[in-house]
Design a protein around this ligand. Sequence first.
Ligand code: ATP
Ligand code: MG
Length: 265
Amino acid sequence: MTIVLDAPRIVITRPLMTLKNVSKSYGAVQAVRDASVEVFPGEVMGIVGESGSGKSTLLRMMNLEDTPDTGSYTLDLPDVQGNLFELDRFARRMLCATKIGIVYQNPHLGLLMNHSSSGNVAERLLVAGERRFLVLRDKAQIALEASEFPLERLDAPPIELSGGMQQRVQLAKAIALEPALLLLDEPTTGLDVSVQALVLDTLKRLQQDRQITMVIVSHDLGVIRTMADRVIVMRRGVVVESGLADQIFQDPQHPYTQQLVHAKL
Ligand SMILES: Nc1ncnc2c1ncn2[C@@H]1O[C@H](COP(=O)(O)OP(=O)(O)OP(=O)(O)O)[C@@H](O)[C@H]1O
Ligand SMILES: [Mg+2]
């Protein structure tokens, strides 16, 4: 009898997103210093670090809201070429509307607080060129449903909703066009612990169902531990450590990461 063993298969995957040697200063403050990040298709990348360490600045650059002083940004997607920091405003807007979704800690940054919740999601579709009313309504509803938003509140403006529900509207808006990359900046910070757990459950479910590539920023190691496959640790604008989440939590190498992890335990 011959036993044929499968040869080990090595799958080489290219990063979906590559930020290379990115630095950004605001006046005398160097918010991000020479940061390089690769995010692979389908993974959840967590970014942790103390307040002011440059996490949001890095995420804003990934969302093309901010341009670094130096560095490059590429996305490995059809029809997307070159250093995205060199795109003009219109091209950036279209790319962000169609390929990148973002959820901010502060819903005022992501939503029109006095427009209906479904209108907020439809607005994202409008920016991307959809004009058919019925399609807009259906797609907005599907995205809100996927974000586990109660459909009887479709017409309610975010200003009348709880913090957890506002985050679900932001999430629906962010995923409405099935983005290649979903960016989350402290999406559950400030919510009650029980609400936070529910929103994280929704994010996990979405990730499992759709394999959306995510980058999630949080100063809360519990959130990062729940969500992330890989983690980068930032301190004073510098990426001081990166690795698999299990490695970072069980065997942190950098003294700052050790301090963070031990403070949490
Ligand atoms: N638009 C801006 N103008 C001036 N300084 C800024 C601006 N954005 C960020 N900074 C500064 O850059 C540094 C990094 O800020 P950033 O918001 O990226 O940190 P963070 O890690 O997200 O902090 P937090 O956990 O408090 O949200 C801080 O010193 C901050 O004050
Ligand atoms: Mg921040």
